[in-house]
Design a protein around this ligand. Structure first.
Ligand SMILES: [Zn+2]
Length: 167
């Protein structure tokens, strides 16, 4: 299977241009996202990001991702993530010191840039007090197994910052 490139891959590391914040994606989490993208193409898919922050809060570690929860709706240019089962997943993660960090989704055969809808949704999430995640991360996978693309942004009520891949 050509898309299964784990032998060549390591953790992915991203940083903002001020080098004040970075995001580390565990290799297994990245591989799982690619796997769900492959089996979903040509439809969008996605899930949530789970992990922790470094003690100085400067690095977010994405340690797990979820597949699309049951009852999510997949279209070619849209994905509606259901919340089914996520509470249980997050309760289990909490016992390991891990929590909700944000969202991921797939733009099949297309650029990984966030759409205006993506940006609005993430800013709404950042203002959602129940989520207790004022600066959620959005990972978008684009392209396909011949040419993966990835974008990573961090959102707050003031807007968003795109991070650069450092490796
Ligand atoms: Zn999108």
């Amino acid at each position: 299977m050509r898309w299964w490139i784990k032998e060549k891959m390591d953790n992915l590391f991203f940083q903002d241009t001020n080098q004040s914040f970075s995001i580390n994606i565990e290799k297994m989490a990245y591989e799982q996202m690619l796997h769900y993208c492959v089996i979903s193409n040509p439809y969008e898919t996605g899930g949530i990001l789970i992990g922790n922050y470094s003690s100085n809060q400067a690095t977010a570690n994405i340690l797990q991702i979820t597949p699309p929860p049951k009852n999510s709706r997949h279209a070619k240019y849209n994905f509606w993530r259901s919340s089914r089962g996520l509470k249980g997943t997050l309760d289990t993660a909490w016992k390991d010191g891990q929590y909700y960090l944000g969202e991921w989704h797939y733009h099949p055969n297309a650029p990984a840039d966030p759409s205006n809808t993506d940006i609005k949704q993430m800013i709404t999430l950042s203002n959602n007090k129940k989520l207790k995640c004022p600066e959620p991360i959005l990972i978008i996978i684009g392209g396909n197994s011949n040419n993966w693309k990835i974008s990573i942004s961090v959102f707050s009520n003031n807007g968003h910052t795109a991070l650069e891949c450092m490796k």
